[in-house]
Design a protein around this ligand. Sequence first.
Ligand SMILES: [Zn+2]
Length: 468
Amino acid sequence: VIMPQGSAQGRANQLATLAGLEFELFTSEEIGALLQDLNGVYGDYDSDEASIVRVLWREWEQMRRLPPDLTSRIQEAGSVGRQAWVRARETNDFALFKPHLEKMIDLQVELAEAIGSASGNRYDALLHNFEPGLTFAYIDSVFRELKPELIALTRAVAERADAVDDSVLKRHYPEVDQLRFGEEIAAALGYDFQRGRLDLSPTAFTSAFHKDDVRITTRINADNVLVALGGIIHEAGHGIHRQSLSPSLYRSGIDGTGLAIAETLSRYYENVIGLSYEFWTYFFPRAQAYFPHLADTDLITWYRAFNKAQPSLIRTDADEVTYGLHIMIRFELENELINGRMRVDELPAAWNARMETYLGIVPPTDREGVLQDTHWSQGGFGYFPDYLLGTIFASQLDEQISAQQPDIKEDWTRGDFAGTTGALVERIMQHGGKYTFGELIRRNTGEDLSAEPYLRHLKTKYGAIYEF
Ligand SMILES: [Zn+2]
């Protein structure tokens, strides 16, 4: 982001060398023998030592199954594929991308077969790559319950589209003021600028070099304030997560987590906190201080605008109600592609058919349809479901935390998020990669992943906003 443009190739070479050395050292016989010796030495499942051995053994075993050159072949195909995808999207020409996608799917099948899966579903191996322990069956059982309800909610808000006017968000908001306001929000939520920074980039992301150097980025649209504020709050959630690792796990090898756990935190901040009335009770007057033209607007108008829901074509622009359906389309198509039940040339039509069934709209072009995301071009198969799994778990957590600390949302109206961030650190963030997604859900709720709290949240909130 702040590296000179001409430096990219040199940095890429350095990273490739380091990644190769890391793979070679980590997958050595010696590390395997050491881990095996330590297996079972530390009795307490929750101890740092037992967790480090358990998690690293799991990773060692998996990485040993990969053909040594497969990762670099995927990286190479991904960098060529990404360029083809950029051109295909620019010119709205799926045919340009098709051979690259076919090649990438072949490589992903090779990867999945090398890793293997207990169920026989190849897709499970890819899901496991992004969040250990996830399977198609596990995710499908929750998505299946959610899908008809989300379709019904999407219809309900679409029929009442005029009920919410979000034009206030689309006024002119100077970029500098958006950044400063975003910084104030991120700091209030608990993101530590002594150990982090906020920069601009074409898409928002978080980079954690270590727990005391965690950087976030956002994009800014001067004519739509939702883009940067939503992005900053989401990435601040990732940032707080990475800054809150227990010092005892620092440089332990299990400092990071899978994506579903990471998305639970970012979506908690973005949706549960950042879209709430309590949050804006405190921050709307602050917004008025940064953007004087908001003097003519009131809190309720602002809150409703921020929560406008409607079927839309682009996943990254989707709201809380419709977002899940965008994910389900990708999840279902990935499963079919990886298992050889769908050909790449059938993909654009299948995409559009599902958009029509789930969201009631059809992309007029592939650019606004199957070509919109970069993930597949770089081999990110099995990545998408984690966004929605995190969103679902965030609602479960919200119900748990609210039941145990009933005053916590009252704090939000005063701009005080210490209790909430403290609860999330205690429950999830401090643990790094100790526990799987499923383990964290059971430890925190005593139950498995459930779509019910998320549905209750959507029905209550959007029922009130849209009066159904
Ligand atoms: Zn994220």
